[in-house]
Design a protein around this ligand. Structure first.
Ligand code: S3P
Length: 172
């Protein structure tokens, strides 16, 4: 099985993915890191120098390459990955892929993302916690259409340990 973690920025996809992969003793990949390796630039640099459209095309290509491999793994997608092009269709068509939506409350996302927003190109310009909260609320409203197409959903306001245990319960 390839286990794909979906969810908004700050929902814990990378931390949960890493621990889940350890428990399942399979490799872990982080799509943002794979893109950074391929282009030898950080996500912020790619957005700045090449623009979002270029980032989305690369994101799609790197995902397609990873899905072509035969190995089992846990993969943390980027927050926007499922919302562009044919990604959800691609994932749903595959019998060897299980997609899991890490659902996090607006309050928790705002709290987690505010201190680290400068590292994230889509929210770096938001100066106050209120502005960030407003942005996330509207953005999630649009993105939920895609996230809700995942095979299953877990409540991700909890600790990494709890989220991993819940996913393991769902898998077996
Ligand atoms: C994005 C999320 C980021 C990264 C890029 C765009 C998004 O990934 O891919 O900054 O559109 O939500 P994380 O969700 O891993 O932070």
């Amino acid at each position: 099985m390839k286990i794909l973690l979906l969810g908004y920025m700050g929902s814990g996809k990378s931390a949960v993915g890493q621990q889940l992969a350890e428990v399942l003793t399979i490799p872990f990949y982080d799509l943002d890191q794979e893109i950074e390796k391929e282009l030898k630039k950080t996500v912020s640099e790619i957005f700045q120098k090449k623009g979002e459209l270029f980032f989305r095309k690369t994101e799609n290509n790197v995902l397609v390459q990873l899905l072509a491999s035969k190995e089992n793994y846990v993969l943390a997608l980027g927050g926007g990955t499922p919302c562009y092009g044919n990604v959800m269709k691609l994932i749903q068509e595959r019998e060897d892929v299980k997609s899991i939506y890490l659902h996090t409350s607006l309050e928790e996302l705002t709290k987690r993302l505010y201190p680290e927003r400068k590292k994230r190109p889509l929210i770096a310009h938001l100066e106050t916690e209120e502005a960030l909260n407003d942005f996330i609320r509207k953005h999630i409203f649009e993105r939920n259409f895609y996230y809700n197409q995942a095979d299953s959903k877990v409540q991700a306001d909890a600790t990494v340990d709890k989220i991993v245990s819940e996913i393991v319960l769902q898998l077996f």
